[in-house]
Design a protein around this ligand. Structure first.
Ligand code: C2G
Length: 129
């Protein structure tokens, strides 16, 4: 079984997230999503609208997602890859090159971001309604 992992906040889930998860799943048979905790989001200077528990609940309903684990720090990726026996690490290409250190442990793939949608765009456009 080829296992894939990806990381993110996945707040206000939108079709850009879904297209990332769909493509990530196509790279293997089992997709693990490490979703940022509310505490880790503070370190990322992000304030998610939905709590970790609700973002986890939503992600677990997505057909491409097989398992959701917490992302608590920048430093857990190597151990996650080892502990979960991961073959492929995937991120959107806004992170291009940032996680190449994982190449010692697994394949590293950066996928093109979906243009025209983002959680920030959603928040800004709703605020302007
Ligand atoms: N994404 C995308 N297209 C968009 C928006 C997001 O492909 N229009 C991708 C991002 O590139 C990322 C994933 O969807 O791979 C999740 O996006 P975010 O929730 O914004 O994740 P981020 O805050 O970048 O967290 O340790 C890594 C971090 O946790 C990544």
């Amino acid at each position: 079984m080829k296992k894939v992992i990806t990381y993110g906040t996945f707040d206000l889930l939108h079709w850009g997230h879904i297209k990332l998860l769909e493509r990530a799943k196509q790279l293997g048979d089992y997709l693990v999503v490490a979703i940022s905790t509310d505490e880790f989001n503070l370190q990322k200077q992000k304030k998610a609208y939905h709590s970790y528990e609700h973002r986890k609940l939503i992600l677990e309903t997505i057909r491409y997602v097989d398992e959701v684990i917490p992302e608590k720090s920048w430093d857990q990726k190597v151990q996650d890859v080892i502990d979960h026996d991961i073959d492929v690490f995937v991120m959107g290409d806004d992170w291009e090159g940032k996680f190449d250190f994982l190449k010692e442990h697994c394949e590293v793939v950066y996928l093109p971001r979906t243009e025209g949608i983002s959680t920030t765009k959603i928040k800004e456009e709703i605020a302007g309604l």
